[in-house]
Design a protein around this ligand. Structure first.
Ligand code: HXC
Length: 268
């Protein structure tokens, strides 16, 4: 779908997107790039990163990819530093990397729980922590938007409760909480903005493939009461709004992008 935004709203900005090689992260990378930003993507799988960078470049986007795992602080530091070395600044960090699998709490090992907490929650904090030195002085240089911008990708599962998702629900709740705390501290100290986007079910993503496999098309209500499925594009448009000047006064906010789905979750 055509973007309703002007093509230069992210011009001159540099964005680092974790999990930028696929799904929602790739669409955010694509749309930020199409609207003028230079893009660095980070992911665990070399081939996925390679293909994504090629796809971005084929659209005329200035893009680089770095292999790395957000669970490793040394990877986070290396990728953040490499992004800065490549482009000379970092204005936007998008934390889209996530892990997920369906499992009953009874069957989930503490290490399985920890693994998703590590990727989603600790990984998000680690990336923010490592990127701060560039974000706090790498922003737009305008009085209204002095510092950089962080967008964290969360979910809506934890607003109520979700079957087979105790680890993800806990991790996303942590992301929401750390978003507000960073918004308070870094918004005050560095004029940065830290917001969270909470997508509902989004079609054609690794997440939905796992959470609502093939059966979804014919029997959607049996899987997470999915009645409205969005597109990655919807999430990317929210991201564009939040990183543009239109979002200059938005800090510590949670933008739910689910068509109102979370309010209407049916009993399993
Ligand atoms: C039960 C599982 C499991 C499963 C892993 N574990 N998969 N337990 N059921 N299906 C447990 C393992 O037994 C192990 O615990 C621990 O987790 C670590 O497993 P590893 O395989 O060693 O971990 P790793 O290779 O690092 O892989 C972690 C991963 C990751 C979380 C499985 O590979 C992954 O999820 N990749 C897919 C990414 C993805 O789906 N992204 C989309 C996110 S969607 P033990 O005790 O045995 O050592 C999303 C949206 C949510 O976030 C909301 C949507 C509406």
């Amino acid at each position: 779908m055509e973007s309703p935004f002007r093509g230069d709203i992210a011009k001159g900005k540099v964005a680092l997107i974790t999990g930028g090689g696929s799904g929602i992260g790739l669409e955010i990378s694509t749309q930020l790039g199409k609207h003028g930003a230079s893009i660095a993507i980070m992911g665990r799988r070399k081939q996925v990163i390679h293909s994504a960078v090629s796809a971005l470049r084929s659209l005329g986007i200035s893009a680089v990819g770095f292999q790395g795992d957000v669970r490793k602080q040394e990877d986070a530091k290396r990728v953040v530093d490499s992004t800065f070395e490549q482009f000379g600044r970092i204005d936007i960090l998008v934390n889209a990397a996530a892990g997920n699998f369906l499992v009953l709490s009874e069957d989930l090992s503490p290490n399985g729980f920890r693994t998703v907490m590590d990727i989603d929650a600790v990984g998000t904090f680690t990336m923010c922590h490592e990127a701060l030195k560039y974000l706090k002085k790498g922003g737009l240089g305008r009085s209204q938007c002095g510092g950089g911008i962080i967008l964290n990708i969360s979910a809506t599962l934890h607003y109520t409760a979700a079957w087979y998702q105790i680890h993800v629900s806990a991790a996303k709740a942590a992301i929401d909480a750390l978003t507000r705390n960073l918004a308070l501290e870094w918004g005050t100290d560095y004029d940065m903005k830290v917001n969270v986007i909470a997508p509902g079910p989004i079609g054609n993503t690794p997440g939905i493939d796992k959470l609502a496999p093939k059966e979804m098309e014919t029997n959607t209500n049996d899987y997470l009461a999915v009645t409205k499925v969005g597109e990655s594009w919807d999430v990317a448009m929210a991201a564009l709004y939040l990183v543009s000047d239109a979002g200059r006064h938005i800090n510590g906010a949670n933008m739910v992008v689910d068509g109102g789905q979370w309010m209407n979750r049916l009993p399993h």
